[in-house]
Design a protein around this ligand. Structure first.
Ligand code: ZN
Length: 338
Protein backbone atom coordinates (compact mmCIF):
# COMPACT_ATOMS: atom_id res chain seq x y z
CA UNK A 1 0.00 0.00 0.00
CA UNK A 2 1.20 3.52 -0.78
CA UNK A 3 0.34 6.59 1.29
CA UNK A 4 1.44 10.14 2.13
CA UNK A 5 4.49 10.66 4.37
CA UNK A 6 5.82 14.07 5.46
CA UNK A 7 9.62 14.13 5.68
CA UNK A 8 10.14 17.80 6.51
CA UNK A 9 9.17 21.27 5.32
CA UNK A 10 7.42 21.07 1.92
CA UNK A 11 8.52 17.47 1.44
CA UNK A 12 5.50 15.15 1.16
CA UNK A 13 6.14 11.79 -0.51
CA UNK A 14 3.77 9.13 -1.75
CA UNK A 15 5.52 5.96 -0.76
CA UNK A 16 5.19 2.38 0.35
CA UNK A 17 3.77 1.92 3.85
CA UNK A 18 2.75 -1.09 5.84
CA UNK A 19 -0.84 -2.17 5.14
CA UNK A 20 -3.00 -1.69 8.24
CA UNK A 21 -4.41 -4.68 10.05
CA UNK A 22 -6.44 -5.38 13.18
CA UNK A 23 -4.14 -4.97 16.20
CA UNK A 24 -6.58 -4.53 19.11
CA UNK A 25 -9.98 -6.27 19.46
CA UNK A 26 -11.72 -2.83 19.30
CA UNK A 27 -10.12 -1.92 15.92
CA UNK A 28 -11.68 -1.70 12.49
CA UNK A 29 -9.87 -1.53 9.17
CA UNK A 30 -11.59 0.54 6.50
CA UNK A 31 -11.05 1.02 2.78
CA UNK A 32 -10.91 4.79 2.25
CA UNK A 33 -13.44 6.13 -0.28
CA UNK A 34 -12.13 9.70 -0.19
CA UNK A 35 -9.67 11.62 1.96
CA UNK A 36 -8.32 15.17 1.86
CA UNK A 37 -5.69 17.67 2.98
CA UNK A 38 -6.48 19.66 6.14
CA UNK A 39 -5.51 23.27 6.82
CA UNK A 40 -3.85 21.95 9.99
CA UNK A 41 -1.62 19.68 7.83
CA UNK A 42 -0.04 22.92 6.58
CA UNK A 43 1.48 23.74 10.00
CA UNK A 44 3.97 20.82 9.84
CA UNK A 45 4.18 21.11 6.02
CA UNK A 46 5.42 24.69 6.41
CA UNK A 47 7.83 23.67 9.17
CA UNK A 48 5.96 25.74 11.80
CA UNK A 49 5.31 22.51 13.75
CA UNK A 50 8.53 20.56 13.14
CA UNK A 51 8.35 16.81 12.46
CA UNK A 52 11.03 14.73 14.17
CA UNK A 53 10.83 11.79 11.76
CA UNK A 54 9.02 10.81 8.54
CA UNK A 55 5.35 11.04 9.52
CA UNK A 56 2.39 9.36 7.78
CA UNK A 57 -0.25 12.04 7.17
CA UNK A 58 -4.02 12.41 7.01
CA UNK A 59 -6.81 12.46 9.57
CA UNK A 60 -10.01 13.01 7.55
CA UNK A 61 -11.59 9.83 6.27
CA UNK A 62 -14.67 7.88 5.33
CA UNK A 63 -15.05 4.54 3.62
CA UNK A 64 -16.17 0.95 3.68
CA UNK A 65 -15.46 -1.31 6.65
CA UNK A 66 -13.23 -4.20 5.53
CA UNK A 67 -12.65 -6.00 8.80
CA UNK A 68 -13.41 -5.58 12.50
CA UNK A 69 -11.80 -6.89 15.68
CA UNK A 70 -13.53 -9.38 17.97
CA UNK A 71 -14.84 -6.71 20.39
CA UNK A 72 -16.49 -4.50 17.74
CA UNK A 73 -20.30 -4.51 17.89
CA UNK A 74 -21.68 -1.36 16.27
CA UNK A 75 -20.14 -1.49 12.79
CA UNK A 76 -19.67 -4.42 10.44
CA UNK A 77 -17.87 -5.15 7.16
CA UNK A 78 -19.55 -3.63 4.10
CA UNK A 79 -20.93 -0.57 5.92
CA UNK A 80 -19.96 2.96 4.90
CA UNK A 81 -18.61 4.79 7.94
CA UNK A 82 -17.35 8.22 8.95
CA UNK A 83 -15.10 8.83 11.93
CA UNK A 84 -13.65 11.74 13.80
CA UNK A 85 -10.01 12.84 13.51
CA UNK A 86 -9.79 11.92 17.23
CA UNK A 87 -10.77 8.44 18.38
CA UNK A 88 -13.10 8.03 21.35
CA UNK A 89 -14.66 5.21 23.34
CA UNK A 90 -17.83 7.35 23.59
CA UNK A 91 -18.43 6.01 27.10
CA UNK A 92 -15.97 7.72 29.49
CA UNK A 93 -17.11 10.82 31.44
CA UNK A 94 -15.59 13.28 28.97
CA UNK A 95 -17.35 11.52 26.09
CA UNK A 96 -20.63 11.49 28.02
CA UNK A 97 -20.33 15.26 28.47
CA UNK A 98 -19.95 15.56 24.68
CA UNK A 99 -16.19 16.14 24.61
CA UNK A 100 -15.18 13.01 22.72
CA UNK A 101 -12.03 14.73 21.42
CA UNK A 102 -10.90 14.76 25.08
CA UNK A 103 -11.78 11.08 25.54
CA UNK A 104 -9.68 9.47 28.25
CA UNK A 105 -8.61 6.91 25.61
CA UNK A 106 -8.21 9.34 22.72
CA UNK A 107 -5.72 8.97 19.92
CA UNK A 108 -5.33 11.57 17.20
CA UNK A 109 -5.68 9.89 13.82
CA UNK A 110 -2.95 10.09 11.24
CA UNK A 111 -2.23 7.83 8.20
CA UNK A 112 -5.60 8.55 6.51
CA UNK A 113 -4.05 9.83 3.26
CA UNK A 114 -3.83 6.21 2.12
CA UNK A 115 -6.11 3.57 0.59
CA UNK A 116 -6.61 1.68 3.88
CA UNK A 117 -6.79 2.79 7.51
CA UNK A 118 -6.87 1.20 10.94
CA UNK A 119 -9.36 2.92 13.28
CA UNK A 120 -8.95 2.18 17.01
CA UNK A 121 -12.02 2.20 19.30
CA UNK A 122 -14.22 1.58 16.27
CA UNK A 123 -17.49 1.35 18.23
CA UNK A 124 -17.05 4.76 19.81
CA UNK A 125 -15.37 6.50 16.87
CA UNK A 126 -17.18 5.40 13.70
CA UNK A 127 -20.76 6.08 12.67
CA UNK A 128 -22.34 4.18 9.75
CA UNK A 129 -24.59 5.90 7.22
CA UNK A 130 -28.11 4.47 6.63
CA UNK A 131 -26.79 2.68 3.53
CA UNK A 132 -23.80 2.91 1.18
CA UNK A 133 -24.10 6.47 -0.21
CA UNK A 134 -24.20 7.47 -3.87
CA UNK A 135 -20.85 8.82 -5.10
CA UNK A 136 -22.02 12.44 -5.27
CA UNK A 137 -22.75 12.48 -1.52
CA UNK A 138 -19.34 11.20 -0.42
CA UNK A 139 -17.41 14.53 -0.52
CA UNK A 140 -20.03 16.11 1.76
CA UNK A 141 -19.94 13.10 4.10
CA UNK A 142 -16.13 13.32 4.23
CA UNK A 143 -16.35 16.90 5.56
CA UNK A 144 -18.05 15.58 8.70
CA UNK A 145 -14.81 13.85 9.72
CA UNK A 146 -13.19 17.17 10.60
CA UNK A 147 -13.72 20.30 8.56
CA UNK A 148 -17.49 20.71 8.89
CA UNK A 149 -17.49 19.13 12.35
CA UNK A 150 -14.92 21.72 13.40
CA UNK A 151 -16.78 24.67 11.85
CA UNK A 152 -19.95 23.36 13.51
CA UNK A 153 -18.24 23.15 16.90
CA UNK A 154 -16.94 26.72 16.45
CA UNK A 155 -20.55 27.88 16.00
CA UNK A 156 -21.84 25.83 18.95
CA UNK A 157 -18.94 26.98 21.17
CA UNK A 158 -19.68 30.61 20.20
CA UNK A 159 -23.29 29.99 21.27
CA UNK A 160 -24.82 30.82 17.89
CA UNK A 161 -28.58 31.05 18.34
CA UNK A 162 -31.52 31.99 16.08
CA UNK A 163 -31.57 35.69 15.29
CA UNK A 164 -28.01 36.41 16.35
CA UNK A 165 -25.26 38.31 14.55
CA UNK A 166 -22.20 36.18 13.88
CA UNK A 167 -18.70 37.02 12.63
CA UNK A 168 -16.42 34.39 11.10
CA UNK A 169 -12.68 35.09 11.23
CA UNK A 170 -10.82 32.98 8.67
CA UNK A 171 -11.82 32.13 5.09
CA UNK A 172 -10.19 28.69 4.95
CA UNK A 173 -12.40 25.63 4.61
CA UNK A 174 -13.24 25.57 8.35
CA UNK A 175 -14.26 29.23 8.35
CA UNK A 176 -16.39 28.80 5.23
CA UNK A 177 -18.16 25.81 6.78
CA UNK A 178 -18.46 27.82 10.01
CA UNK A 179 -20.60 30.20 7.93
CA UNK A 180 -22.78 27.26 6.85
CA UNK A 181 -23.02 26.05 10.47
CA UNK A 182 -23.97 29.50 11.79
CA UNK A 183 -26.79 29.80 9.25
CA UNK A 184 -28.03 26.27 9.98
CA UNK A 185 -28.12 27.14 13.68
CA UNK A 186 -30.35 30.09 12.86
CA UNK A 187 -28.06 33.12 12.80
CA UNK A 188 -29.77 36.05 11.14
CA UNK A 189 -26.65 37.86 10.06
CA UNK A 190 -23.34 36.16 9.24
CA UNK A 191 -20.39 38.41 8.49
CA UNK A 192 -17.50 36.62 6.78
CA UNK A 193 -14.05 38.24 6.96
CA UNK A 194 -12.28 37.52 3.67
CA UNK A 195 -10.20 39.30 1.07
CA UNK A 196 -10.38 36.59 -1.60
CA UNK A 197 -13.14 36.86 -4.24
CA UNK A 198 -13.53 33.07 -4.76
CA UNK A 199 -13.79 32.50 -1.01
CA UNK A 200 -16.20 35.43 -0.58
CA UNK A 201 -18.39 33.85 -3.26
CA UNK A 202 -18.43 30.48 -1.49
CA UNK A 203 -19.09 32.20 1.87
CA UNK A 204 -22.18 33.81 0.28
CA UNK A 205 -23.30 30.43 -1.11
CA UNK A 206 -23.00 29.00 2.40
CA UNK A 207 -25.15 31.83 3.78
CA UNK A 208 -22.93 34.84 4.58
CA UNK A 209 -24.98 38.05 4.54
CA UNK A 210 -22.02 40.47 4.69
CA UNK A 211 -18.35 40.39 3.72
CA UNK A 212 -15.66 42.41 5.48
CA UNK A 213 -12.35 42.65 3.65
CA UNK A 214 -10.43 44.66 6.25
CA UNK A 215 -8.22 42.92 8.81
CA UNK A 216 -6.86 43.59 12.29
CA UNK A 217 -7.92 46.92 13.88
CA UNK A 218 -9.55 48.06 10.62
CA UNK A 219 -11.53 44.82 10.46
CA UNK A 220 -12.69 45.25 14.05
CA UNK A 221 -13.69 48.86 13.34
CA UNK A 222 -15.75 47.70 10.36
CA UNK A 223 -17.52 45.04 12.48
CA UNK A 224 -18.32 47.71 15.08
CA UNK A 225 -19.74 49.92 12.33
CA UNK A 226 -21.96 47.08 11.13
CA UNK A 227 -23.25 46.36 14.67
CA UNK A 228 -24.12 49.87 15.87
CA UNK A 229 -20.81 50.12 17.72
CA UNK A 230 -21.50 47.07 19.91
CA UNK A 231 -19.78 44.06 18.32
CA UNK A 232 -21.13 40.65 17.34
CA UNK A 233 -23.02 38.21 19.58
CA UNK A 234 -20.90 35.28 18.43
CA UNK A 235 -17.51 35.11 16.73
CA UNK A 236 -15.94 32.01 15.18
CA UNK A 237 -12.12 32.05 15.23
CA UNK A 238 -10.94 29.64 12.54
CA UNK A 239 -7.24 30.48 12.02
CA UNK A 240 -5.12 30.20 15.18
CA UNK A 241 -2.78 33.19 14.97
CA UNK A 242 -2.33 36.05 17.43
CA UNK A 243 -3.86 38.46 14.92
CA UNK A 244 -6.93 36.33 14.23
CA UNK A 245 -7.55 35.62 17.92
CA UNK A 246 -7.35 39.31 18.86
CA UNK A 247 -9.55 40.20 15.90
CA UNK A 248 -12.13 37.66 17.13
CA UNK A 249 -12.10 38.83 20.76
CA UNK A 250 -12.27 42.51 19.84
CA UNK A 251 -15.12 41.98 17.36
CA UNK A 252 -17.28 40.35 20.08
CA UNK A 253 -19.76 42.41 22.12
CA UNK A 254 -19.52 42.40 25.93
CA UNK A 255 -21.38 39.26 27.01
CA UNK A 256 -20.81 37.60 23.64
CA UNK A 257 -18.81 34.47 22.91
CA UNK A 258 -15.83 33.42 20.82
CA UNK A 259 -15.69 29.83 19.58
CA UNK A 260 -12.05 29.16 18.70
CA UNK A 261 -11.03 26.17 16.63
CA UNK A 262 -7.93 27.35 14.79
CA UNK A 263 -5.02 25.41 16.32
CA UNK A 264 -3.18 28.20 18.19
CA UNK A 265 0.38 28.91 17.10
CA UNK A 266 2.07 31.51 19.28
CA UNK A 267 -1.20 32.94 20.63
CA UNK A 268 -0.81 34.74 23.97
CA UNK A 269 -3.64 36.49 25.81
CA UNK A 270 -3.26 39.23 28.40
CA UNK A 271 -5.40 38.42 31.45
CA UNK A 272 -6.18 42.03 32.31
CA UNK A 273 -7.18 42.93 28.74
CA UNK A 274 -9.36 39.83 28.60
CA UNK A 275 -10.97 40.72 31.95
CA UNK A 276 -12.32 44.01 30.65
CA UNK A 277 -13.71 42.59 27.39
CA UNK A 278 -16.52 40.66 29.15
CA UNK A 279 -16.14 38.02 26.42
CA UNK A 280 -16.59 34.25 26.85
CA UNK A 281 -14.01 31.98 25.21
CA UNK A 282 -14.65 28.33 24.41
CA UNK A 283 -12.86 26.14 21.93
CA UNK A 284 -10.37 23.36 21.40
CA UNK A 285 -10.15 20.31 19.15
CA UNK A 286 -13.71 19.82 17.95
CA UNK A 287 -15.66 16.91 19.48
CA UNK A 288 -16.76 15.92 15.98
CA UNK A 289 -18.25 12.65 17.24
CA UNK A 290 -20.93 14.63 19.15
CA UNK A 291 -22.33 16.00 15.88
CA UNK A 292 -21.92 13.04 13.49
CA UNK A 293 -25.45 11.61 13.58
CA UNK A 294 -27.08 15.03 13.20
CA UNK A 295 -24.74 16.10 10.38
CA UNK A 296 -25.12 12.79 8.49
CA UNK A 297 -28.89 13.40 8.53
CA UNK A 298 -28.47 16.96 7.18
CA UNK A 299 -26.25 15.75 4.32
CA UNK A 300 -28.36 12.64 3.63
CA UNK A 301 -31.54 14.68 3.31
CA UNK A 302 -29.85 17.20 1.01
CA UNK A 303 -30.33 20.12 3.43
CA UNK A 304 -26.63 21.00 3.32
CA UNK A 305 -23.92 20.49 0.72
CA UNK A 306 -20.63 21.13 2.54
CA UNK A 307 -18.71 19.16 -0.12
CA UNK A 308 -18.73 22.34 -2.22
CA UNK A 309 -15.74 23.42 -0.14
CA UNK A 310 -13.52 21.08 -2.22
CA UNK A 311 -12.33 23.02 -5.25
CA UNK A 312 -9.60 20.65 -6.40
CA UNK A 313 -9.71 16.86 -6.75
CA UNK A 314 -6.54 14.85 -7.28
CA UNK A 315 -5.67 11.17 -7.38
CA UNK A 316 -4.02 10.19 -4.10
CA UNK A 317 -0.65 9.63 -5.79
CA UNK A 318 -0.54 13.41 -6.48
CA UNK A 319 -0.90 14.23 -2.79
CA UNK A 320 2.25 16.41 -2.87
CA UNK A 321 0.61 18.70 -5.43
CA UNK A 322 -2.44 18.82 -3.15
CA UNK A 323 -0.32 20.20 -0.31
CA UNK A 324 1.36 22.70 -2.67
CA UNK A 325 -1.97 23.96 -3.98
CA UNK A 326 -3.28 24.57 -0.47
CA UNK A 327 0.00 26.06 0.77
CA UNK A 328 0.01 28.54 -2.12
CA UNK A 329 -3.73 29.19 -1.60
CA UNK A 330 -4.49 28.04 -5.15
CA UNK A 331 -7.04 25.67 -3.64
CA UNK A 332 -9.38 26.09 -0.68
CA UNK A 333 -9.42 22.36 0.08
CA UNK A 334 -8.09 19.39 -1.85
CA UNK A 335 -10.01 16.13 -2.21
CA UNK A 336 -7.87 13.00 -2.67
CA UNK A 337 -9.15 9.94 -4.47
CA UNK A 338 -7.34 6.65 -3.62
ZN1 ZN B 1 -14.19 8.62 26.18
Amino acid sequence: MKGAVLYGPRDVRFEERESPKIVEPADAVIRISLTCVCGSDLWPYRGISPVAEPTPMGHEYCGIVEEVGKAVKSVRPGQFVIGSFATSDNTCPNCQYGYQSSCMHREFMTRAQAPMLRVPLADGTLVATPEVPPADLIPSLLTLSDVLGTGWFAAVAADVQPGKTVVVVGDGAVGLLGVLAARQLGAERVIAMSRHPARQQLAREFGATDIVTERGADGVARIKELTKGVGADAVLECVGTQESMMQAIQATRPGGSVGYVGVPHGVELNGEDLFYTHVRLHGGPAPVRRFLLELIELVWSGKINPGKVFDLTLPLDQVAEGYRAMDERRAIKVLLRP
